[in-house]
Structures are given as C-alpha cells and as structure tokens.
Design a protein. Structure first.
Length: 249
C-alpha cells in the first residue's frame, strides 16, 4: 500500500472499521430499544464495572426505574438497593439521584440533547455525553472513553497522557467519525478496544486497521507516512466546530 492522502486514509479507516464492527457486533441489553435515558443509565452503570456484570442487572434496573422521573421520586435507599449487585452502591445512588434532580429541576425532565448541557450533569464526562448523543439521540458525536483513546493513540502514534495529546486525539476522532453511520463507527471502536486492541495485549494480527496503524504496521516508511497524516488530522480546525455544531442541533 502506498502512502494515502488524508481523505483516502479517512475513507479507508471508516470502511474497514464499520465492516469489522458489523461482523463482530456485540449484543448487549442496552444496545436494544435505545433512548437517551437508557443510554445514560447504561453508561453510568458501566463506569468501573464490566459489561458482563452490567448485562446481568441492566434490564432489572430499567424495569424498576423506567424513566428519570422514577429515579427522582424514589428514595435514596430504593435506588441504592437496586445498585447493590453492582457494588459502589452508595456512590452510584448518590450520583444518579443528583443527575435525576438536575434533569428534572433544570431541564423539565428531558435529557438534554446538547453535549455541553449533558456534561453539566453530575459525573457525566465527554464519553458519556458522546454516547447519549450518538446512541440515544442519533446525532454524530465522538465517544472518547479510555479504551477508544488508547486505540487511537496506538493507531496515530500520538501520546495520550498530556491534555495536548488528548486534544489532538479528539480532533483525529472527530475527523474520522462519519455523519452517516456514526453509531456503527462508535460501536465498532468500542468493541475493537475491548476485544482486539486490548489494554494488556493488542492482537494486531486480528485487527482490521493493521496497515492503517502506526503501532501495527511493520513497514517503517509507512509508519512515518501514517504518523504525518494523523498529525495533520490532529490539528483542530473547522471540522471540530462543524461536529460541535451538529451536536447542538
Ligand atoms: S493494529 Fe494493533 S495496535 Fe493498531 S489498532 Fe489494531 S490491535 Fe491496536
């Protein structure tokens, strides 16, 4: 493969990731019948908890608390008891009660469809806000959770530990994200980070992005080319503003 143009790289990256994602799609209860509320709850439950553990409790939780009002009206003890099987129950219940209070009292009981307002909710970081936008509202938004940022850092060769590095990775992600098919793209990236580009041992031999990846490629010249291209994509410009504007609509 010759050194591609940035446009070719973006197109190829999306195509390969989405195809892989569709073929390896993971069924989880929170991926069915999605609403902004259900996505928000799933993401809050998934904080510091495995998907397997949340998978066992998610439907019971949604049955007991079908909407944000039901959490708002419930006592702290009721919410805490529903969290017991997942651990960290005092902390989670406190946070969820605070989120419910903010949504009901500040936003009239509607989960806001705006990234900045979502991020104003207690404990809602960039990646939870992005998941609610993309999976809940169907609007293009990046989901920069720890796994996704790790994958992107390996793919681009951009370090992920400084805030400068992180901003560059966000910018790359925003440019890679397609407007159509952003849900498939986001699911695929999350699943790739969980199964192939794993924290402890990336399985590059199974990866659809291998020859688009600085870490995975085995040709030094191509590595340099990819590094340059991703560096270019990491510059913040109007594309970032465009995605932000889309999120607000
Ligand atoms: S090629 Fe390897 S390092 Fe790169 S994204 Fe795939 S698994 Fe991760």
């Amino acid at each position: 493969m010759e050194c591609p143009t940035p446009e070719e790289l973006v197109t190829e990256f999306r195509k390969r990731l989405i195809e892989w994602g569709r073929a390896n799609y993971e069924e989880w209860p929170w991926r069915k019948d999605r609403t902004p509320y259900k996505v928000l709850i799933a993401e809050l439950l998934l904080k510091r908890t495995t998907r397997q553990a949340v998978g066992r409790e998610y439907n019971k939780f949604i049955e007991k608390f079908p909407d944000i009002e039901s959490i708002y009206r419930a006592s702290f003890e009721e919410v805490r008891d529903a969290f017991r099987p997942l651990g960290l129950y005092n902390q989670r219940a406190k946070q969820l009660k605070e989120v419910a209070r903010a949504v009901v009292e500040q936003y009239g009981g509607e989960i806001p469809d705006d990234i900045d307002r979502l991020k104003s909710l207690p404990g809602v970081a960039d990646y939870i806000a992005g998941a609610v936008m993309s999976f809940g509202f169907g609007k293009p938004a990046i989901i920069p959770d720890a796994n996704v940022i790790r994958v992107l850092a390996r793919v681009t060769g951009i370090e992920r530990w400084s805030s400068r590095g992180k901003l560059k990775l966000y910018a790359v992600l925003e440019k890679l994200l397609p407007e159509d098919g952003h849900e498939d793209f986001n699911y695929a990236l999350l699943d790739l980070g969980g199964t192939v580009c794993r924290y402890d041992r990336p399985r590059c031999f199974k990866c659809p992005l291998r020859d688009l990846c600085v870490m995975g490629h085995n040709d030094e010249e191509m590595k340099q080319c990819l590094r340059r291209l991703y560096k270019k994509l990491g510059k913040r410009d109007s594309v970032h503003t465009k995605v932000k504007e889309q999120n607000k609509r």
